[in-house]
Design a binder for this molecule. Structure first.
Ligand SMILES: C[S@@+](CC[C@H](N)C(=O)[O-])C[C@H]1O[C@@H](n2cnc3c(N)ncnc32)[C@H](O)[C@@H]1O
Length: 183
């Protein structure tokens, strides 16, 4: 287990309680931003207790949530909806074939992964051509001094924090994986 996954195993109940309190707002944001058709097969990487999966579930055909932390997956399964499924796995090496999903997303997870570029590459790989990748995360400030100060603050607050990407870094990752920015 990495320090990130240990931290989430230890605080699983807290993560799930925060998720529950934010759920109505996230559901609204996902509906307005993603605007699904209704027939999509979706993936939520770093699902935790299922935050993005449950926001998507009423709007799409089915959602698979994936996370390495069993304690969180248990809480997700306890909240399970009929069209959701939760599996153990690592976002940097997804156990799915190329082009499996219509929509693959990740919510507030990239900055907890040592190599976020691998997660973006895996999201792109498992999404079918013409499908969509959704990345939701905090952005690093463009100013290097402000980025460094924020990094120190976030790491002190939460040792599972790895790094925030800037808007430019994310755009470069999307381009490197042949993703074009829609919104
Ligand atoms: C801040 S929580 C966010 C959970 C959920 N997406 C949400 O919005 O409530 C970060 C999540 O990233 C997961 N995580 C950490 N490393 C990961 C990895 N290599 N692959 C997939 N998920 C990972 C953690 O287990 C945790 O569930």
């Amino acid at each position: 287990m990495s320090s990130s996954t240990e931290r989430f195993a230890r605080t699983a109940d807290l993560v799930a309680a925060r998720q529950d309190s934010r759920a109505p707002r996230l559901a609204e944001e996902v509906r307005d931003f993603v605007r699904p058709r209704g027939d999509e097969h979706c993936l939520d990487v770093g699902t935790g207790a299922g935050a993005l999966a449950f926001a998507l579930a009423p709007l799409v055909r089915e959602v698979v949530g994936l996370d390495p932390v069993l304690e969180l997956l248990e809480l997700a399964r306890a909240r399970r909806l009929a069209n959701t499924e939760f599996v153990e796995g690592d976002g940097t090496a997804l156990p799915f074939a190329d082009g499996t999903f219509d929509l693959a997303g990740t919510h507030r997870t990239l900055h907890h992964v040592a190599q976020p570029e691998l997660v973006v590459a895996e999201l792109a790989r498992v999404t079918r051509i013409g499908g969509h990748v959704l990345v939701v995360d905090q952005l690093a400030p463009v100013d290097p001094a402000a980025a460094s100060a924020l990094h120190e603050f976030e790491t002190a607050r939460d040792p599972s924090h790895t790094r925030l990407l800037t808007d430019v870094e994310l755009r470069k990752l999307f381009a490197a994986n042949e993703l074009s920015l829609v919104r």
